[in-house]
Design a binder for this molecule. Structure first.
Ligand code: LLP
Length: 411
């Protein structure tokens, strides 16, 4: 059974490390392509089996160390995806009032909801206070005072963790690095005395612990060793200043292999093992994570059709019916997504050509990738842009007054 959601009219957009044990996640199978033939494109195709395999792997790798995982909704808040992730018992990491609402509406336990973000509005803070979420991850001294005031007005005590900017380089694209001194996120280490003073002063705050998030699409696990060192130092600082640190939250950021979409799911085993080995966890302390991309990226592809083929003297262009309005990552971060012509005729083709694969949007930057080596392609061919389950559908826009991209599920 294949289920197609209505395209939404434009408007508000409401481990396996050893090779023998590889999990093959070949979602774009021939059977699926036959189904795609009759569907209107573009759409996101979700393979819910791949999603479940990924969630199982993450859960198995984390529970054995007693680690708590919060799913970062920002990576994908498609309702079907949320329902499935919630059923695994993960908590939710939210960065807006609407994400808090969505998490709770989809059954995430409010006692496992954390709320981060440098610019939480009063309305969003009030909403989260009313929802009795687990914890605010607080990003400035001023925000501590505001949450305290709003909690006092409701006669409540808000749980807070301090998001510390650890000045650790995530070795990832500079647009998605968050933990350096020059980034807007978190509280810098030199401001911690002010944090301690505010926490002592604010009687409607309950200090729970410390929070970090250094960036996204991190594939070099050494980076996480440096993060562990910094977390250990920071928890010592708080303990030395008389605060009990109950929660260590290491954020998210674990990357996936965009170059091999059918290979392994993310390396959860080794990722959690780094924290097991290098984090100084005190008795009774909880260790929390906020994974987004690694849980959802590989479970979806953007499926589109070739509208036109332009053969030039120097360049051939494949013009798709999907562009930066459906998947903006290549245009915004120069991100690589594997592009495949999955039509039957492409399989039997003996001629390969190089194409610039572009979208229909009136912007020169609306290009998925230049010089892609593909079988000779024709109008109507189906093109899959792989590993698009994270920061894909959720970053779609209505620019050029286009319809918001729809979704299709494997079951
Ligand atoms: N926690 C916090 C505080 C975050 O800011 C983020 C992501 C996460 C957790 C989850 O990170 P993940 O495990 O997904 O790497 N749109 C960009 C990625 C932006 C990430 C923003 N923060 C992209 O398409 O690459």
């Amino acid at each position: 059974m294949i289920f197609i959601a209505d395209r939404k009219p434009n408007g508000h957009h409401n481990n396996k490390t050893n090779k023998e044990n590889r999990t093959h996640i070949n979602m774009i199978s021939t059977a699926n392509i036959d189904k795609f033939k009759d569907l209107e494109t573009p759409f996101y195709y979700y393979d819910l089996d791949v999603l479940r395999q990924t969630l199982n792997a993450c859960r198995d790798a984390s529970v054995k160390h007693g680690f708590h995982v919060h799913y970062a909704l920002k990576a994908n808040f498609n309702p079907r995806v949320l329902d499935i992730i919630q059923s695994y018992g993960f908590g939710a990491d939210c960065v807006s009032g609407n994400e808090v609402k969505a998490a709770i509406a989809h059954g995430f336990d409010k006692g496992k909801v954390v709320f981060a973000g440098v610019g939480k509005s009063d309305r969003e803070i009030n909403l989260a206070l009313d929802a009795d979420i687990f914890c605010f991850n607080v990003e400035s001294v001023q925000e501590l005072h505001i949450i305290n005031e709003l909690a006092a007005a409701k006669n409540k005590k808000a749980n807070v963790a301090i998001r510390i900017n650890p000045n650790v380089d995530a070795h990832t694209h500079h647009f998605i690095t968050t933990g350096l001194d020059e980034n807007k996120f978190g509280i810098n280490i030199w401001q911690l005395p002010d944090v301690a003073a505010a926490l002592r002063q604010c009687s409607n705050l309950q200090f729970l612990g410390i929070h970090f998030h250094i960036g996204s699409q991190i594939t070099d696990l050494e980076v996480y060793k440096s993060l562990c060192t910094r977390i250990n130092e920071m928890q010592d600082w708080f303990t030395d200043h008389g605060f009990e640190v109950k929660v260590l939250n290491a954020g998210g950021g674990l990357g996936v292999d965009y170059h091999h979409p059918d290979n392994d799911i993310a390396d959860f085993e080794n990722y959690f093992q780094v924290f097991k080995n290098f984090l100084n966890v005190k008795p009774g302390q909880e260790v929390h994570f906020e994974l987004g991309r690694a849980l959802v990226a590989q479970s979806a592809a953007l499926i589109s059709r070739v509208l036109y083929v332009k053969n030039g003297l120097k360049k051939n262009f494949l013009i798709l019916d999907a562009g930066m309005t459906e998947l903006i990552r290549p245009m915004l971060y120069q991100a690589y997504h594997q592009i495949e012509n999955v039509s039957q005729n492409a399989k039997s083709s003996t001629t390969n050509l190089k194409y610039d694969v572009v979208g229909p949007i009136c912007e020169s930057t609306d290009c998925f990738q230049k010089d892609v080596d593909l079988p000779e392609s024709f109008r109507g061919d189906i093109i899959a842009v792989r590993t698009a389950g994270a920061y894909g559908e959720v970053m779609a826009s209505g620019y050029n007054l286009r319809d918001i991209v729809g979704s299709v599920y494997s079951e």
